[in-house]
Design a protein around this ligand. Sequence first.
Ligand code: ADP
Ligand code: MG
Length: 253
Amino acid sequence: MSPVLRMRGVTKRFGSHAALDGIDLDVAEGEVVVVIGPSGSGKSTLVRCAHQLESIDGGAMYLDGELLGHEEHRGGLRALSPAGAAAQRRKVGMVFQQFNLFPHFSVLRNVTEAPRRVHGRDRADAERDATALLERVGLGEKLHDYPRRLSGGQQQRVAIARALATRPRIMLFDEPTSALDPELVDEVLGVLRGLAGDGLTMVVVTHEMNFAREIADRCVFMEAGRIVESGPPADMFGAPKSPRLRAFLSRHH
Ligand code: ADP
Ligand code: MG
């Protein structure tokens, strides 16, 4: 079976600086991959490239075996049309550090907007699904509230429900708790734990090391645009091989 997400030799440069320098990564169906590493190591760039928010300069990425961002044309490859790329992007859900909800929409409408506008779902249908998703993230009581009335943890849970509403094949989380007050972190990690338990395929960038160790099927340590070490969390945290991972973990425990 092909992995849900496959990255092969992916490079991304900003000017002369390689933010990603030959990334090989497979994420299997139902797998939770946690990405750790120092600031500036390329973690955000990795998930942004997988969501086609950034173009890549080399290598290739596949979703369910389908090449991302390009299509075959006369025996070669050409960039996908914007519509083609948008269709691929909709199969990937992303949650950012900043939740970026639509401030003038209710919680319910934040979640129904994409299914209705982009997928053409009818309103009753979209609202039924959105209500179930909002109940799943513990916000069944907040359907008609506006984002400004919610705590950061609640807003991030709306953002998670919104990303799930288009039924993505994979969810990417980029430090989903980094912008939250410490007392609000656990409610969001609890939602991620639930999604992982439900078998959702996920890539999670986080600095929450205890959480990483607990939730990951596989952990990936990045530095300077490369994957330095990866493996089961028990090995990575219990017996790190590379001196760099050891040094990183001694700074973050
Ligand atoms: P991380 O998420 O691990 O902190 P990033 O992926 O944000 O790291 O950044 C990786 C490297 O790429 C850093 O050196 C950063 O400064 C650089 N970088 C990221 N985004 C941009 C951008 N839009 N323009 C220029 N440089 C960038
Ligand atoms: Mg980042």
